[in-house]
Design a binder for this molecule. Structure first.
Ligand SMILES: C[S@@+](CC[C@H](N)C(=O)[O-])C[C@H]1O[C@@H](n2cnc3c(N)ncnc32)[C@H](O)[C@@H]1O
Length: 289
């Protein structure tokens, strides 16, 4: 994993992208779908909800919001876990902006750390990050292990086989190509490392995700594919996030990669004649029993 934080990576966070309304909507839909499974439980039932890979806390806040809607905030604790210390600092701050008080703790760690951090969780989320995890089976097994027997797991991604809407592949190809062209002209010393690129591009099909979840002990797996429209401005903001830059232009210094992606994104959009690029989001809810 390229997850070594520096002062440089701290400047290229996910927050700007995560603030786009489409992103809130798609994730809110998953949070609602998952937490709807709590309906049968007593109103004052103690709940433990894990937000794995919580990052800067976009999903953590949506979880709190939905618990507030269900009037379950008082009896619920949320545990946000992420390997990035900088993201966790921002997540913690973000909770203070909510119009209500939620019991949330943020802990630095990865999926493998979960079993010693939490047991018998009722719900666990793993949003927009599973594609970053090389060993997905082990990660799912760890999620299953920390859940109570009637627990459920929710996960989503827009980096999987099938995420491209037919006809839009050209946008991504042109975006990278133009970005590399710009780098060659402006910063000829910055080189893209091909080997790293191959690793970042191993995307799973929805069927493979379902299969891995079944193997991890989830009895029932619901998947949905949702179409979203992502504006060029939103893509530009994603191009300012260090893990995305590292995936698109591996080995390139972040500031240069970010500048190249920003420069190239509008050109790539123009070339396919779109100001928004449609994309499919894979939404998964898996139940242990
Ligand atoms: C794109 S952000 C998603 C943040 C948040 N869950 C959301 O949906 O908005 C991806 C997050 O995954 C985390 N991450 C990267 N590699 C990881 C790994 N191997 N295990 C767990 N989290 C990881 C990153 O630190 C980052 O915060």
């Amino acid at each position: 994993m390229g997850l070594i934080e520096t002062e440089e990576t701290n400047q290229f966070t996910f927050e700007a992208f995560a603030a786009h309304p489409f992103y809130t909507n798609i994730n809110r839909a998953l949070v609602k779908q998952a937490l709807a499974h709590l309906t049968g439980r007593p109103q004052n039932a103690r709940l433990t909800i894990v937000d794995m890979a919580c990052g800067t806390g976009a999903i953590t806040r949506l979880i709190a919001e939905e618990l507030a809607n269900q009037e379950r905030l008082a009896s619920a604790q949320i545990i946000g876990v992420d390997p990035s210390a900088e993201a966790l600092r921002r997540a913690e701050k973000g909770m203070e902006t909510l119009p209500f008080k939620a019991q949330a703790r943020f802990i630095q760690g990865e999926a493998e750390d979960l079993p010693r951090l939490v047991q018998n969780a009722d719900v666990a989320f793993f949003c927009n990050a599973i594609h970053l995890v090389p060993d997905k089976l082990t990660a799912f097994q760890q999620m299953a292990r920390i859940l109570a027997p009637d627990g459920l797991f929710a996960c989503n991604s827009a980096f999987y086989e099938g995420t491209y809407v037919p006809g839009t592949e050209r946008f991504y190809r042109n975006w990278t190509r133009r970005a590399i062209g710009w780098l060659r002209r402006e910063h000829p010393e910055a080189r893209v490392s091909r080997e790293a690129k191959a690793m970042a591009m191993q995307w799973l099909t929805p069927e493979q995700y379902i299969d891995l979840l079944r193997q991890s002990g989830f009895q029932r797996v619901e998947t949905e594919r949702e179409d979203v429209n992502i504006s060029l401005d939103a893509w530009r903001d994603l191009g300012q996030y260090w893990l995305f830059i590292d995936g698109a232009l591996p080995g390139v210094p972040l500031a240069k990669g970010a500048a190249a992606l920003e420069e190239a994104v509008y050109q790539a959009g123009q070339e396919i004649g779109l100001t928004e690029v449609p994309r499919n989001w894979l939404q998964i809810v898996a139940l242990k029993s």
